[in-house]
Design a protein around this ligand. Sequence first.
Ligand SMILES: Nc1ncnc2c1ncn2[C@@H]1O[C@H](COP(=O)(O)OP(=O)(O)OP(=O)(O)O)[C@@H](O)[C@H]1O
Length: 267
Amino acid sequence: MATDVHRPVTTASPSTQAASAVRVEGLTRAFDGRAVIDRLDLDVRPGEFVALLGRSGCGKSTLLRILAGLDRDIEGTVLVPRRKAVAFQAPRLMPWKRVWRNVLLGLRGSPERGLAERALEEVGLKHRTNAWPKTLSGGEAQRASLARALVREPDLLLLDEPFGALDALTRIKAQRLVDELWQRRGCAVLLVTHDVEEAVLLADRVLVMDAGVIAYETEIDLDRPRGISDPRFGELRAELLRRLGVDADDGSPETATDGSPETAAAA
Ligand SMILES: Nc1ncnc2c1ncn2[C@@H]1O[C@H](COP(=O)(O)OP(=O)(O)OP(=O)(O)O)[C@@H](O)[C@H]1O
């Protein structure tokens, strides 16, 4: 797997690179002198599905943008595969280009329309190949955005709240689609989400970001396909909510009282 190195201060050995789809060591990103990411370490295995939770403003999108190579004003080591793709909450389609041209946007050379068609077929949108973006529903636009990511044949797929703006039913369908695509493609996925159930439903491992680092992580030891009625699902959900500082019973934020690392992570 070809690997991009962003401003390394240390160098990982080739064997380490092969064992990880993402390797981050001592990553720091500051804005106006304030470290939003503060010596963060992270490893994602090839083909692993990782979900990233955390309070609003804790730095999730900043981390994702760094992994995508969109922000290089960093300290530390970031190793990511060269073939990576990102999809955001807003589909970011160019309104003056037809759907298939949007899918091919930014690809080198002169990629053929058939390439876009195959990716659109994979997301169930082949019938809208020739459409203008403004004629797509929210769910369709998000699928077009996913097709644009898939056409890059990524080893790493970065998803920043991709279902955040969708209605509940469309969201469930989009989650199933991402699950299917991940199983078929076998790429590593890093999904930023606010939705704890979505994280437990889809991910192999869920991370909670707080105070600039990964403050908590848990493997999701549930068989697939997963159902929210599974008692273990409820346990994992409750624990993650607790780590996020939310009481699973009444949804109200907990107050940090004892200064313990656990409480600090959740506060
Ligand atoms: N370009 C920037 N300039 C200054 N501050 C920034 C910039 N980008 C992000 N920040 C700040 O960094 C912090 C983390 O932002 P980020 O968008 O990564 O949070 P987040 O966890 O993704 O939040 P949310 O869940 O609300 O999307 C915020 O305080 C934000 O204001």
